[in-house]
Design a binder for this molecule. Structure first.
Ligand code: HPA
Length: 271
């Protein structure tokens, strides 16, 4: 995908270089509907050259440049998933763009299934690390300069930002779990045997996004933080089948805590 035509649009319309980008995962988009977002500059994905015109779920998302808690931020409402059939350079294009626009930090959010039995549905988890179990890698192919061919993933999720998430949660009296997120392609949910296997591999939560984007964000030199909303227990951990509707409903219930945590994190952000 050609980045320059998109960068030209963003450079022409962006009112500022945001301090951070916040990727709003499925069911966590309430911030993009806030008063602040309405007062900002909103650019639908459909106005970005090369971006898919419509996603499978029927709406394609937008980028909103706005002030949130006194900080200049970029809200990304909606993302492209690999399971929708988009190539990984499209899935990860926002990260390339943020790097090239001069952003330094990106906060990823997603809905995930809990694998760690100590976790409960509706809780939030700060992502401390990930396992790429998608079977591929967005960096396969010619290297995209200026990132190095072989880049370090030792501290993919920035320790100082992780600490700030915990500080924000503590100030709010919220439970914030911490753990490793295993990224899969989906779109089916996992089998119980897969969840048992992922548990033994060291994963605490599982989801169908974020990992390709974080790999590219790190390749762009962005500092990364991540929050998973634990919308269900992984398959087989409870005697119930998983449905997308239940996952969305749990996300909606957690949305208030989620938005509170993100706002506090942004307000107190130390870069
Ligand atoms: N598995 C994969 N992705 C998910 C899940 C899950 O259980 N819940 C929300 N996203």
């Amino acid at each position: 995908m050609q980045l320059q035509p998109v960068l030209d649009v963003l450079n022409a319309r962006a009112p500022f270089v945001p301090e951070l980008a916040i990727v709003l995962g499925s069911g966590l988009g309430s911030l993009a509907e806030s008063a602040e977002a309405h007062a900002g500059v909103s650019i639908p994905f459909t106005e970005l050259p090369g971006f898919p015109q419509q996603s499978v779920i029927g709406h394609s998302g937008k980028l909103v440049f706005c002030e949130l808690e006194g900080r200049q931020v970029l809200l990304q409402a909606g993302r492209f998933h690999f399971y929708e059939g988009h190539p990984l350079d499209i899935v990860t294009a926002p990260m390339r763009l943020y790097g090239r626009l001069g952003l330094k930090v990106v906060l990823h959010t997603n809905a995930a299934g809990a694998i760690n039995p100590a976790f409960q549905v509706g809780e939030l988890m700060a992502i401390s690390d990930h396992i790429n179990f998608t079977g591929t890698n967005p960096l396969i192919g010619p290297n995209v300069p200026p990132g190095p061919r072989f880049h370090d993933m030792t501290e993919a999720y920035d320790k100082a930002l992780l600490q700030q998430l915990h500080t924000a949660a503590k100030a709010l009296g919220q439970t914030l779990q911490e753990g490793a997120y295993i990224g899969v392609t989906g779109p089916c949910y996992e089998s119980p045997a897969e969840i048992r296997a992922f548990s033994r591999m060291g994963a605490d939560a599982v989801g169908m996004s974020t990992v390709p984007e974080v790999i590219v964000a790190r390749h762009e030199g962005l500092r990364v933080a991540g929050i998973s909303c634990l919308c269900n227990m992984g398959a087989g951990l409870l005697p119930v089948a998983l449905t997308h509707e239940d996952v969305l409903a749990a996300g909606a219930t957690a949305a208030v805590a989620f938005e509170g945590l993100v706002r506090k994190f942004v307000r107190d952000l130390k870069l």
